[in-house]
Design a protein around this ligand. Sequence first.
Ligand SMILES: *[C@@H]1O[C@H](CO)[C@@H](O)[C@H](O)[C@H]1NC(C)=O
Ligand SMILES: *[C@@H]1O[C@H](CO)[C@@H](O)[C@H](O)[C@H]1NC(C)=O
Length: 288
Amino acid sequence: MALLKLSILLCTMLFGSSLSRAASPNNIFILAGQSNMAGRGGVENNQVRELEWDGLIPPECQSDPSILRLNPALQWEIAREPLHEGIDINKTVGIGPGMPFAHQLLTKVGPRAGTVGLVPCARGGTIIEQWIKNPSNPDATFYKNFIERIKASDKEGGVVRALFWFQGESDAAMSDTANRYKDNLKNFFTDIRNDIKPRFLPIILVKIALYDFMMKHDTHDLPAVRAAQDAVSKELPDIVTIDALKLPINVDTHEGFNQDHGHFNTTTQITLGKWLADTYLSHYGHLL
Ligand SMILES: *[C@@H]1O[C@H](CO)[C@@H](O)[C@H](O)[C@H]1NC(C)=O
Ligand SMILES: *[C@@H]1O[C@H](CO)[C@@H](O)[C@H](O)[C@H]1NC(C)=O
């Protein structure tokens, strides 16, 4: 009988269910942006040209009792791929940087890292004007939901440690949105920090590597968005940038990408996740 109970408990822990609500994690990280933050590793067209995730989960992305995610119902559960399931709604989600980030953090820090909480918030294809706080539209749902998820994450314990923001490819596809990107990004970060006070929120900003995944537009303002990302990281405190162009990718030969030439493949996502952990630790690891 005891054995049966134990195996039910283990199954619930491993496979997740409404019964598997977990205690609050110690160290909480917010993940937001567009599709390459949400994760498309292993998502390719099948033979009828529909997107499908291949379900392959490498060791760096496996579930672990020390890695939790805040689910769409704002409850903690054992995290499992795809991390953005139910969050990046109406998109086919796959492997992203979140799980390899958490594994790397746990490996590098050891028991002091306690449990790691991931708060997936990214939404594929979004431009920043969908995310910003809009005083003339207090119901702007992206911003509202985003702040709600951050506040829910540490309600019952744990500390929000950082925001990882990887977004701007859609803005880089159009000159007008690219030109407004700097002001929008600066206001967005400033509003978030004000609205979640007194939390201290370092931001790791991933500079984009390419524009407009599907090449549907004929303008490309990648340099403008990258320059805006640099400028904001200098004008606001506690923003560290990492450059996606330095990942093991080649935007000309498409190495490191899916067949769509815009989304990072699983291998690239694992590298990105490890970079996020190494970057966080080298700047803020002393806080853990
Ligand atoms: C998802 O798709 C359904 C069906 O097309 C639509 O009704 C719904 O509004 C979409 N949800 C979001 C969040 O885009
Ligand atoms: C990702 O791309 C790199 C470079 O093209 C390749 O070596 C690697 O095997 C790919 N990973 C996957 C999971 O397809």
